[in-house]
Design a protein around this ligand. Structure first.
Ligand code: DHB
Length: 309
């Protein structure tokens, strides 16, 4: 009932982790690979190992989470070795997330992936909000276009981009116009809502240490923003560009709503962090329940079919 195809690979369901959650080490990645998730993505890798920001840097709130991790990761080689090893063992569809700390690093990371044996999907993260002094690439439209123009002079493997949320119709229009120029496999909307501030009222204090307490928001807070971005891009992007919907998935109804807005796959961040990998079987069961109630037999029966009034 939940089966779905992505790049001609049949997945048992459309669920994945969102990059950053439960995907830093090979142990965590093995757990994802062995879970009920249809696919998984690695922690966003930079060229070199990074320690990330000082702790506490992730905090669960009643309605979601706030984080300023600062890109802690084991470096590209660690994740590339992992996905190539699994590929040789027969893994069919994997997602490798990367971002550079500079324009040149972005190009050299993608060249390395292009020249490697890796045949899976690359998720090019244009939206990390948590590195002090480094603005998000995808809020700079000119830079995004320049960077993607250069990437597609040499990159021929499947690649998608992870975007931040946009809040203005003109920005949906402009970003979609840029993305439609390129043979992207997919667009992933949204990364965290950047630089919120959560306060512990008793202590009259922030809850995470980096950046004076400012951090990316996830969870229930962000579902309407996530759905708006999925819907807006589905209405604007070439049909050949798939959409991964991310943001505010707490239960099966949320997964249904993302797919109704046009998502091909749906990623889970904050709720995976709260519940662990058992979340995927719960969400799959709940999604099936919603579909049964409504009389739907496959995801194609309702994908992208949100009604307007
Ligand atoms: C981090 C956060 C993000 O939202 C992202 O896309 C990449 C990295 C982080 O703080 O580690």
């Amino acid at each position: 009932m939940l089966k779905t195809n992505f790049l001609d690979v049949e997945l048992s369901n459309p669920l994945m982790n969102a990059s950053g959650v439960h995907c830093m080490t090979t142990e965590e990645l093995d757990e994802l690979a062995g879970s009920a998730a249809g696919a998984f993505v690695t922690k966003t890798a930079t060229r070199d190992y990074r320690e990330g920001n000082p702790e506490p840097r992730y905090y669960d709130t009643a309605l979601g989470s706030i984080n300023s991790m600062g890109l802690p990761n084991n470096g590209l080689d660690y994740y590339l070795d992992y996905v190539i090893k699994r590929q040789k063992e027969g893994a069919k569809l994997q997602f490798l997330s990367v971002t550079g700390m500079s324009y040149e690093e972005n190009i050299s990371l993608l060249k390395k992936i292009q020249e490697s044996e890796y045949e899976g999907v690359t998720e090019f993260n244009l939206s990390c909000p948590n590195v002090p002094g480094k603005p998000q690439i995808a809020y700079d439209f000119e830079l995004t276009e320049k960077l993607l123009s250069e990437v597609f002079t040499f990159f021929t493997k499947p690649i998608g981009v992870k975007l931040p949320p946009y809040f203005d119709i003109a920005h949906f229009d402009e970003m979609a116009r840029i993305l439609n120029k390129f043979p992207l496999t997919y667009v992933n909307s949204v990364n965290s809502v950047g630089n919120g501030l959560y306060i512990d009222l008793d202590k009259e204090q922030v809850v995470i240490k980096p950046k004076g307490g400012f951090g990316g928001l996830g969870g229930e807070y962000i579902k309407p923003t996530a759905l708006a971005n999925v819907r807006a891009f589905r209405e604007r992007l070439n049909p050949s560009i798939k959409i991964i919907g991310t943001g505010g998935v707490i239960n099966g109804r949320d997964v249904f709503e993302h797919i109704l807005c046009g998502a091909d796959l749906v990623q889970v961040g904050t709720t995976l962090h709260k519940e662990g990998v058992a979340v995927f079987s719960r969400l799959a069961e709940e999604l099936q329940e919603v579909m049964k109630e409504k009389g739907y037999k496959s995801l194609d029966d309702f994908r992208g079919k949100l009604k307007v009034i």
